[in-house]
Design a protein around this ligand. Structure first.
Ligand code: SF4
Length: 231
């Protein structure tokens, strides 16, 4: 057993990734390309399922179009598109007409900026805020002391209702904007249309959570601390 990959499949610990190249069969002994061939074959049949085939193809086309050679660096492909442009390109190529936006109330301004950008490209937009229903957090078992401000009325986030409203509207494609950890997962579980994530909430890092990793050996060293036994 390769010491770098001690416990089954763990691509992130791969000592020499080759799967991006034509030598894709030369990975470590527990490389999933080798040991999970049955699953990979089954997944391939899903890409040929008419429900997903065009979606998968267009996603890769948009990925390809994201790169270009520039006159000042002609030897390499440089990325050229923002995620927002890729969402628009993808929706247009897929022929989508109606997009759903599920947004966090904390990102209402961002939703208000986004919607006309999409509408200018001929896309209809339905948007639903996370606090719809105005149901008190106590309804799902949150104690008063567990609220942001104890003693105050606090509505729960309602990602299932967000998803169901967009389902009822029969949106072609959904865009997630800043739902909380867990609320985003519930939305994704209940939405019928496929959903892309535009903004990932990070309350400290300006919705750019990867900064926590980039700073984990500097200002956010606390992230590398091990849990004490029993905690
Ligand atoms: S698929 Fe194989 S080669 Fe690629 S990262 Fe995983 S273990 Fe490494």
């Amino acid at each position: 057993m390769n010491e770098e990959l001690p416990c089954g499949v763990n691509c992130a610990k791969c000592p020499g990734p080759v799967c991006y190249s034509a030598a894709f069969m030369e990975g470590p002994e527990n490389c999933p390309t080798k040991v999970k061939a049955d699953i990979i074959e089954k997944a391939m049949s899903r890409y040929h399922d008419p429900q997903f085939a065009e979606f998968a193809r267009v996603a890769s086309v948009v990925e390809g179009e994201a790169y270009m050679k520039t006159p000042w660096a002609p030897q390499t492909n440089s990325p050229m598109t923002t995620r927002l442009e890729e969402i628009i390109n993808f929706a247009k190529k897929m022929g989508y007409k109606k997009l759903g936006i599920a947004f966090c109330i904390g990102l209402m301004n961002e939703a208000r900026i986004l919607i006309p950008i999409l509408e200018n490209r001929g896309l209809d937009v339905i948007s639903v805020c996370c606090k719809i229903g105005g149901i008190a957090k106590e309804e799902i078992g949150v104690k008063d002391e567990e609220k942001i401000v104890p003693g105050r009325y606090e509505p729960m986030c309602n990602p299932i209702a967000q998803a169901e409203i967009l389902n009822k509207e029969e949106t072609d494609f959904n865009i997630l904007m800043g739902l909380c950890v867990g609320h985003d997962a519930l939305f994704l579980k209940h939405a019928e249309a496929l959903t892309t994530v535009f903004i990932v909430k990070d309350r400290l890092l300006g919705h750019n959570p990867v900064v926590a990793l980039y700073q984990s050996s500097a200002y956010y060293r606390r992230l590398l601390a091990k849990d004490k036994l029993g905690s």
